[in-house]
Design a protein around this ligand. Sequence first.
Ligand SMILES: [Zn+2]
Length: 266
Amino acid sequence: MFGIVPKALWGNVTDVDAENRILLATRSLLIVHRGQQRVILVDTGCGTKWTPEKAARFAIETDADAIPKALSSAGFTEGDVTDVVISHLHFDHNGGLTRWVDKPGGRTELHFPHAKHWVHRRHWDHAREPHIKDRASFLPEDFVALEDAGVLEMVDGDTPGPPFEGLKWLVTHGHTPYQLHPIIGGKGDSRLLFVGDIVPTASHLRLGWVMAYDMQPMQTIAEKKMIYRQCLEDGLWLAFPHDPSTGGVVLDGSISRPIVSRALEI
Ligand SMILES: [Zn+2]
């Protein structure tokens, strides 16, 4: 998770187990857009399609009720979700899109069959034919059923326009080609950016702390600077996908050395 950063440094900011693994969340972001009557879920975690052997590799703990429970606490069911935003198709962000119908390895069905599923077209193409470096991160059973179900809403271009009022897109490439980040808020009123795997946890706010998973780590650093600039100018919240205790932060300080001015502990 920390690339070339020595363990002598990253080991000071997080606990580590005997297998050198650290505790991570696989967070979803729920956006309730009352004006547009939309219930929007950004990413769906690891899901439940794991054999005990594969789950043990990453010490994945699955909870089939996690998303239904979280939706329920906000007064919704899975059937109420109108939009699912897929930041990128890595298994730890999309396992919750589908479940096995009969048996593991067989057919899958969608958790949110009535929702539009937003993904960048170029990222979709990459996930269908990944590079040898990142192919282990894509599990076709998480997403091929979306195409058959006709629920995909492909996003195009480097600077795609807003899908609807109150939501905008940012596209990055450092972690994976055409990662899609939703920004909540209208023109001149940006409030929260789902920063995805460009800054997976609060520990990764340091510019040079980038993941070994990243396809283009120097691009990640440039994209972090661009995001921090926007955060410092607009007071934007950055929502993390993987921090186990911090849902998001607002930054202060400088682009090269940001400090956390507000944090949402979860
Ligand atoms: Zn990823």
